[in-house]
Ligand binder design. Structure first.
Ligand code: ADP
Length: 577
């Protein structure tokens, strides 16, 4: 009876307000009005000004006939306009679609077409590729009315005369109404952003985030990373990557300062760190190499530790060990576009401070535990959906459930259905759970190397290669093998100051440090590994190359030419099948 009466109490206007991260901006403008919101080279704004500019831009979008849930696309690096659009577009009731700046014209055209973008903002630097994309779109779209309205974003250093249509970003701000009242979010499940996956393993898909998911993820990451008030946040992570892992909204929530960055070079990173006393930054582990390889004149001494949140790819333990002595304090997170960015954070436990540094790096290289607003995280055997034991050994698929999981893939029911199973979101990543409950990723399911029936984790193998003093970058992929199906093939980039290292040296080193069947059968040296804009190594490219390294089968006898690195342990593994 009592419960019934409690249930009868209605949801009312006072206690129900949709959760949306756009409220962080108004709050920042009210209470941190004069604090610096954003710095970009010579440009500086306060939170009062940022709110004013976002309100004006939102009102201009509405005047341009942008209606509720229309898609607004943007192709820009981490410049102020890109930041402002994270608030202005949803304030206009529209959906923000940030496009990866490394895509080619064909991919950009297909995103514009698939998303049905009504407006397309283009940073001056990307005008050539955007024009080409628009030309492709024009040729493939049946009606001219399907073409988006194009608005160029100028910069202080943009050459004059770079135009794509009549409109420029600052004009929209100038003409807008600073007293614009944001379009009401009727339902917190309404869409706020449309982010296309980078297509590392399959065709890009349009991931839809809700206001609620974005709001809760933002809070989770602020808590998980323990980001205090007034952070000075350096934009080394592209904002187009899962909305900058939600820190576009998060920095406003903490009344912090955004330090925008057009290029992520060592010179620009250290210069901004020194000038603005940066306290926080996010990046893929690959950026560690940029920081470590910086020339002496590019570096600066870091006097107060800078918090780095890293993820997006496995950070090899040895790299973690090298970056921290420079003054960076690393927190490791794991996530994916479909989970609004980071879904697990390797929360640090004080008791680990007593351990040796190497041990600490190993613990930190694990992907960790679910963020606060995720309901549950597990590793399951996919056929039965049974949880794996917490033994740090049994592999299964990492699965997630909770508010930060996407609403689904835009206009793709089939892929959406495939992504969910029995109330769980399937990540496509293979992992284990350690006895302390912390998860560790072993591979993407598509990257696991299955050699003679044994699963070889490329991540494990790479982390051994990263410990080699001359290795700068390493990636291991499957190479076809006539008898074992697949065998590991390593691609290695050496440090710029490295002395001659041969394939034999690397193989000998692996033999010392790995079970014999895991030793790469081939090592290919490259100047640099192919990467996506978000710092992920493009393994599909490497796999295509590795196919050509096929182990030779002698044609006359049809006998396999047995690889010299082939060994008893492997044969033992096979005999266990
Ligand atoms: P895409 O899948 O198109 O590359 P995402 O940015 O969504 O785009 O990539 C997510 C994937 O990146 C995860 O499924 C996982 O394989 C990998 N990943 C993310 N964070 C980590 C991490 N901390 N350690 C290892 N792999 C990671």
């Amino acid at each position: 009876m009592g419960t019934e009466m409690m249930n009868m109490l209605p949801k009312c206007e006072a206690n129900y307000a949709a959760l949306t991260p756009t409220t962080f901006l108004k709050r920042a403008a009210s209470f941190y009005a004069d604090r610096t919101s954003l710095i970009y080279e010579g440009t500086r704004f306060t939170w009062r000004q940022t709110y004013d500019r976002c309100s004006r831009l939102a009102s201009s979008l509405v005047c341009l006939n942008i209606l509720n849930h229309d898609v607004v696309s943007v192709l820009a690096p981490n410049v102020p306009a890109m930041y402002e659009m994270h608030f202005a577009v949803p304030m206009a009731g529209a959906v923000l679609n940030t496009i990866n700046t490394r895509l080619d014209a064909k991919n950009i055209a297909s995103i514009l077409k698939h998303s049905g973008a009504k407006v397309f903002f283009v940073d001056y630097q990307f005008v050539p590729v955007a024009s080409e994309a628009l030309r492709i779109l024009m040729n493939t779209s049946a009606e001219p009315s399907m073409m988006p309205l194009v608005i160029v974003i100028d910069d202080i250093d943009s050459p004059t005369g770079v135009r794509l249509g009549e409109l420029e970003y600052e004009q929209l701000i100038h003409k807008g109404n600073p007293r614009f009242v944001p379009v009401d979010v009727a339902d917190e499940w309404d869409p706020i952003a449309l982010n296309y996956t980078s297509g590392t393993t399959s065709e890009p898909k349009g991931v839809v985030y809700s206001h609620r998911g974005a709001y809760l993820s933002t809070l989770s990451l602020l808590l998980g990373w323990e980001m205090g008030s007034e952070p000075v946040y350096l934009w080394t992570l592209p904002m187009f990557h899962c909305n900058g892992w939600t820190f576009t909204w998060g920095v406003a929530a903490r009344g912090g300062t955004n330090v925008c960055l057009r290029n992520t070079t060592a010179y620009d990173i250290y210069r901004n760190i020194r000038r603005h006393h940066v306290t926080h930054m996010c990046c893929a582990p690959i950026i560690f190499n940029i920081l470590l390889e910086a020339k002496p004149h590019e570096r600066c001494r870091i006097t107060n530790p800078i918090q780095i949140l890293t993820g997006g790819a496995p950070p090899p333990a040895p790299l973690l060990g090298k970056i921290e002595p420079l003054g960076f304090k690393v927190t490791h997170a794991y996530g994916l576009t479909e989970a609004t960015g980071p879904a697990l954070v390797c929360e640090w436990q004080a008791k680990w401070n007593k351990l040796a540094k190497e041990e600490q790096s190993k613990l930190k290289a694990r992907q960790g535990i679910g963020i606060l607003t995720l309901a549950e995280v597990d590793v399951k055997e996919l056929d039965t959906m049974a949880s794996v034991p917490h033994d740090g050994k049994t592999m299964g698929e990492i699965v997630l459930r909770g508010s930060s999981i996407m609403k689904g893939y835009f206009k793709d029911k089939e892929a959406t259905n495939k992504a969910f199973k029995k109330g769980w979101f399937l990540t496509g990543d293979v992992g284990v759970i350690h006895p302390d409950g912390y998860l560790e990723i072993k591979d993407r399911s598509k990257d696991v190397i299955i050699s003679g029936g044994e699963n070889i984790s490329s991540v494990e193998l790479e982390s051994v290669l990263y410990r080699h003093p001359q290795v700068l970058e390493a990636a291991v992929v499957a190479m076809p093998h006539p008898r074992w199906g697949e065998s590991p093939c390593a691609f290695v980039a050496l440090r710029s100051d490295s002395t001659t290292v041969t394939e034999g040296d690397i193989i000998a080193y692996c033999r010392k440090n790995l079970p014999r069947f895991m030793v790469p059968k081939k090592v290919e040296f490259v100047a640099e590994l192919p990467k996506t804009a978000t710092g992920k190594i493009q393994k599909f490219e490497l796999r295509a190359k590795a196919k050509a390294f096929n182990v030779v089968v002698s044609s006359d006898t049809q006998q396999q030419v047995i690889d010299p690195h082939y060994n008893e342990e492997h044969i033992l593994a096979l005999s266990r099948l």
